[in-house]
Write a protein that binds this ligand. Sequence first.
Ligand SMILES: *Cc1c(COP(=O)(O)O)cnc(C)c1O
Length: 262
Amino acid sequence: MTNHHDGSFPDGPSFPDALTAHDRARREQLHANLAEVEQRIAAACAAAKRPRDEVALVVVTKTYPAGDTRLLASLGVREVAENRDQDAAPKAADCADLSLTWHFVGQLQTNKVRSVVGYADYVHSVDRLKLVNALSSEVVRAGRPELGCLVQVALDRESAGGAGRAGASPGEVEALAEAVAAAPGLRLAGVMTVAPLAGPYAGDPAAAFGRLAEIASAVRAAHPAATMVSAGMSGDLEQAVAAGATHVRVGTAVLGARPPLR
Ligand SMILES: *Cc1c(COP(=O)(O)O)cnc(C)c1O
């Protein structure tokens, strides 16, 4: 789980020989983008006086084809994330021969739980009891290894009635964490957030991630093994690292701007 690239991107095992010119160009581009993101993470760690190996890069491959995931793996990426099961399930199947850790970071409906439990190592978007129960039952039924679960915190729901981004309100987090910790087949791994677009933290990711850090340490006080703090994306990874994130989820800065959602 602590795998991340160290700034060098070794060639995959003889894989590049088979690449078309188009794939080679794409690989070059991904290589350059990864190097740039790596520099940003390293600089943010240095500024925060944190060792570089405290922060893992999770590359968010959503909307991009399995071929890109394969190229990323050949460049040393070990952790990837997806947010829609419809796209993620076939991609994970296509890439089953690669040793990748799969993170599911999108809103998760209970009717997708069976599929997601089939390939995900972590679910970052656990935000309600019904989902905890569904994930637990499915992991037990499938007889697979424990699923790492992060409680997603919606910081725009700080005051009751906050408008509905996915996630639990800060006041709900501890009970949900307790439920995950007690659920067969699930392992409470930590907490996750997306910097909110509304509410008191809108436009202030540093403050949002600072609040997440408080919530994370309250969770750790009760559950010392729940050390993951998943925060920061292409636009705000520096603020997340400054606030103590252990996992940054970066899509655009590695893969390029996504086409508008279909
Ligand atoms: C898409 C996505 C990301 C990555 O966002 P970028 O701005 O493209 O880096 C991170 N986290 C979640 C939950 C996402 O859905």
